[in-house]
Design a protein around this ligand. Structure first.
Ligand SMILES: [Zn+2]
Length: 85
């Protein structure tokens, strides 16, 4: 489909499920909205979303250009450690 071809991001997910049925992004993490690589500088927000008809949760990340929300505290440090940022 042409619309799918145009969406050229480097979004990839890890091949294994983390405990709790969570599928995190592979390295390097990218913004789910615009596809830009996520760094400590442009990281905005990360959350887990559930897909319909799937027991899995997937990691959803937004850069600072795509969200005004800023993650802080333990979750932010967890994200950095998870992605070696
Ligand atoms: Zn973005």
């Amino acid at each position: 489909m042409r619309s799918m071809e145009r969406t050229d991001t480097r979004l990839h997910y890890r091949h294994y499920l983390a405990p709790g049925g969570v599928r995190y992004q592979a390295e390097p993490p990218v913004c789910n909205s615009c596809g830009h690589e996520i760094t400590r500088q442009n990281f905005g927000w990360a959350s887990l979303i559930s897909e319909v008809d799937s027991p899995e949760q997937v990691e959803w990340i937004a850069c600072r250009a795509c969200t005004t929300i800023r993650q802080i505290g333990p979750l932010l440090r967890h994200f950095w450690a998870l992605h070696h940022l």
